[in-house]
Each structure stands twice: as structure tokens, then as C-alpha cells.
Design a protein around this ligand. Structure first.
Ligand SMILES: [Fe+2]
Ligand SMILES: [Fe+2]
Length: 448
């Protein structure tokens, strides 16, 4: 069963997940792509360059999940709104102070909040540099794993460098900075300011930072593009994603075959798992346990391959859940639980944007349903939960039990299996548990 999908369609959907992690309104990366490619055209870039620019813009936030936990920890803040507002900051002291006061420790005591503010003022530069560094390196590494060119990886690596050398993490200046990174930085500021305060605010901001943050040549190209109403109208349209997918540069749209889709799913699983220290490696392990069960149940090759992708991506919606909830050591309150449970629906919403992932998105959306109807989000029961979903959900819980969690250490395999058996028929399908147990026994893991 050959499966060929447009690369831009897959990346467009996955960029939605990245928007969630960055706390941006949905469509941020897609809108940046529109803005940046228009600037690139006005600068007279070649088709080949426009191709690299296009993917750089869609994937610019690939490394962003890797610093979410740290932001939450350091600033005692909600990483999602923190990141959004951080993009609006220009670095002046009153603005920084206002920002810090409004974002640190909304849920903590005043003294603790005060200490975290002092820590930020003392170490802010260093901490911010490290955060950006992690994000850039991780992002570039994942882009390479997804087979993108060295130019795309470099664009992600240089995304936070500024024209005058005042950026992060290296402090590169002028034309030493990747051209695509210079355009992407400009595009993201245009989108953030346009979304928050309109086109004049965006134009003003770009003008103010020309020569400091931004390459003046790119600024001039943007100002020329900004003369056209059509450019701005598109930014407010709900169908902008279709237009952006259609403008994928090159002779014909790039297609992703099955091997490539596997690599993209695997790379994205790493983005998901990087979000929280407690989910490190989770998606990849769930994929392994899922495949062990599917093999035991004699699924054919193409079905196993399909299901493995579903397992790799089942928690993609977690990118939209704050680390203050994901990493919380204590009990979650009602609001936090609701935020946590939303991840299943978000997974489905993100994956269903890819036409050929429609079936796969159902598995991701239902991986927390239970046979007795007491699961979420829809309280499905019995036959309403298909076999593929039951397999992923069994693999998911098995990994959750055998991995370290915020509230307890890892559990031996035998004990995890015993817990699964306690929920056999109510929570999980006994056939899936049996298959998992058999597969583990074959690999001599069951006794561990
Ligand atoms: Fe989950
Ligand atoms: Fe999971």
C-alpha cells in the first residue's frame, strides 16, 4: 500500500503543533511562511533559495519544545503565554520589569516570586542565551533528521541572531547570519505585531529595528511588499494555509513517500518528547511496544507501519499543554486536569489536518478512552474503541508505568503487567495485554 503525501501538507499540520508550543495563535508558522516567501521574492531569490526559505519558515520553531520545561521551572510561569509575550519585548528595562512581574509565578507565593525575579535580573542574559541555544541546536538537529538541506538547518540555528550582533546564541552579525534566518526573524516579528496590534504597528516595529535586529535590505523588501493590500488581506484569511501549501516553490510539489513519512514521524516524536523531562523517550517506546503487540497479533507490514506512526504521534497534543501542568509533582486541580485531558483532542485536531492521516488521528484522539466508558475525551466504550486504538493505549500505559514519573519512580515490568491485568476488560483489552506479555517474554523482558 503505497502512500504518497505532499510534504508541505504534512509540515503545515505539524507547524500547527509548533505554534501551540510557542504559545502563538494557530497559524503563526504558516503566516510567517506567507510573509517570508513574499519578502524573499521581493529580494529576487532563486527558486532553489525560495524552496529552502519556505521550509525554514514552516519549521523555524522545531526546537522550541526543548526549552519549555526549563522556562516553566525558572520563571515559575506558564511557558505558553510567556513565550508569546517574550516575542513582543524590545529589551528596555521598564518593559522587561513589567513583563517579569506579569509572568512570573502567578501561582506562587510572593516571596518565591520575588526571588525568581531577582534571579532573572541577575542571570537573565545567561539564562536566555542558554534557552535559545538549546532551542536552536535541537531544532537544527531535527531538521537534519527530517532530511532538510544544510541551509534549512542553519536558518533554524541562526533564528535568534540579530543584524547588529546583539542576538543569541553566538552573536553573529550582518551577512554571517543565514539569509533565511534574517528573513524568518523579520517575518515572525511582523506576524506577532500584526496579530496583536495591526499592520501599522508591524510596520512601525520593523522600521524601528531596521539595522539593529533586521537586515536593512530585507526590511526594504518587506516595506515594498507591505504596499500591497493583497499581502495583508491574506494574513487575516482563514484559508491562508491552502494558499501557502500551493505556493510551495520548485517545479512541482515535493512528495513524501512512506520511508520519508516514517522519518518525519520519528523526528516529530522527539519534538514531542523534548517538551517534558518526564516524557523523554516516551513516544518512541510506545511505538516499540505497539509494534510488539501488532506483530504478536499478526498485523501485516503496512498496517504495522501505519500503527507505529500513530504511536509516535499519539501525544502530539501535549505540545499545547503547559509544562506547569505536565511536570507538576503534586496532584492536579480541576482546571489543570482539564488542560491535561485536552491533549488527546489536540492530537486528533492536529493530525486530522493531514488528509492521509485521518484514520491515524482517530487513534491518537482516543488513546485515553477505556473499555468501560470511563475514559476521555468522549467516554467511548467497548466496540466503539477499535483494536488499533486499544493496542496503542495498552502500550501507552505500559510505558507510563515502567518509566519515571513526576510523582513516583519507575516500576518493574512484572508489576506493570500485573496492574494492566487488574484493568483487563474495564480499562484495557485483555487480548492486547496478553500479546504484550507474550512479546516481552520472547524478548526475555517479562521477568525484569
Ligand atoms: Fe496521552
Ligand atoms: Fe502517551
Amino acid at each position: 500500500m503505497g502512500n504518497v503525501v505532499r510534504l508541505a501538507e504534512v509540515l503545515g499540520a505539524l507547524s500547527r503543533a509548533l505554534d501551540l508550543t510557542e504559545g502563538q495563535p494557530p497559524g503563526h508558522c504558516v503566516r510567517c511562511c506567507w510573509i517570508g516567501v513574499n519578502i524573499g521574492r521581493a529580494m529576487g531569490l532563486s527558486e532553489q533559495q525560495l524552496g529552502d526559505l519556505y521550509y525554514s519558515l514552516l519549521l523555524k520553531d522545531l526546537g522550541c519544545s526543548s526549552n519549555a520545561a526549563r522556562i516553566c521551572d525558572l520563571y515559575l510561569a506558564d511557558d505558553l503565554s510567556f513565550k508569546n509575550d517574550f516575542k513582543l519585548l524590545d529589551g528596555s528595562l521598564p518593559q522587561v520589569l513589567r513583563f517579569v512581574l506579569s509572568h512570573t509565578g502567578v501561582n506562587t507565593h510572593l516571596a518565591q516570586r520575588f526571588r525568581s525575579i531577582i534571579a532573572i535580573l541577575q542571570n537573565g542574559g545567561q539564562i536566555a542565551r542558554e534557552l535559545v541555544e538549546t532551542r536552536c541546536h535541537r531544532g537544527a538537529e531535527i531538521a537534519r533528521q527530517m532530511h532538510f538541506s544544510a541551509a534549512v538547518a542553519l536558518a533554524i540555528e541562526d533564528l535568534d541572531e540579530h543584524w547588529d550582533g546583539g542576538g543569541k546564541p553566538v552573536g553573529k552579525a550582518g551577512e554571517d547570519i543565514s539569509l533565511f534566518a534574517r528573513i524568518a526573524l523579520l517575518a515572525q516579528v511582523v506576524d506577532v505585531f500584526h496579530a496583536a496590534s495591526g499592520r501599522h504597528a508591524a510596520l512601525r516595529e520593523v522600521g524601528n529595528r531596521s539595522g539593529s535586529w533586521f537586515d536593512p535590505v530585507a526590511v526594504a523588501a518587506f516595506q515594498a511588499v507591505a504596499e500591497e493590500d493583497r499581502f495583508w488581506d491574506m494574513l487575516s484569511r482563514s484559508d491562508i494555509e491552502e494558499t501557502v501549501l500551493d505556493m510551495e516553490p520548485g517545479q512541482k510539489a515535493a512528495l513524501a513517500d512512506d520511508d520519508y513519512l516514517d522519518d518525519i514521524a520519528q523526528a516529530f516524536a522527539r519534538v514531542i518528547d523534548a517538551k517534558s523531562p518526564f516524557t523523554s523517550g516516551h513516544s518512541e517506546r510506545v511505538a516499540v511496544f505497539t509494534d510488539l503487540i501488532a506483530e504478536e497479533m499478526s498485523f501485516d507490514f503496512s498496517r504495522r507501519r501505519w500503527l507505529k506512526r500513530a504511536a509516535l504521534l499519539h501525544d502530539i497534543g501535549k505540545l499545547g499543554v503547559s509544562n506547569c501542568v505536565l511536570d507538576k509533582a503534586g496532584k492536579l486541580d480541576d482546571g489543570e486536569w482539564a488542560a491535561m485531558r485536552r491533549h488527546a483532542e489536540l492530537s486528533q485536531a492536529i493530525l486530522s489536518r493531514i488528509t492521509s492521516f485521518a484514520d491515524l488521528s482517530k487513534v491518537a484522539g482516543a488513546h485515553h478512552e477505556r473499555l468501560d466508558g470511563k475514559g476521555y475525551p468522549n467516554g467511548l466504550s467497548g466496540e466503539e474503541i477499535d483494536l488499533e486504538t486499544r493496542i496503542v493505549s495498552t502500550a501507552d500505559v505500559f510505558d507510563a508505568l515502567t518509566a519515571d514519573r513526576p510523582y513516583r519512580g519507575a516500576m518493574p515490568v512484572s508489576q506493570a503487567l500485573a496492574i494492566l491485568w487488574e484493568g483487563a476488560g474495564t480499562s484495557h483489552d485483555p487480548a492486547c495485554i496478553r500479546a504484550l506479555e507474550r512479546a516481552l517474554r520472547k524478548s526475555e523482558l517479562a521477568a525484569a
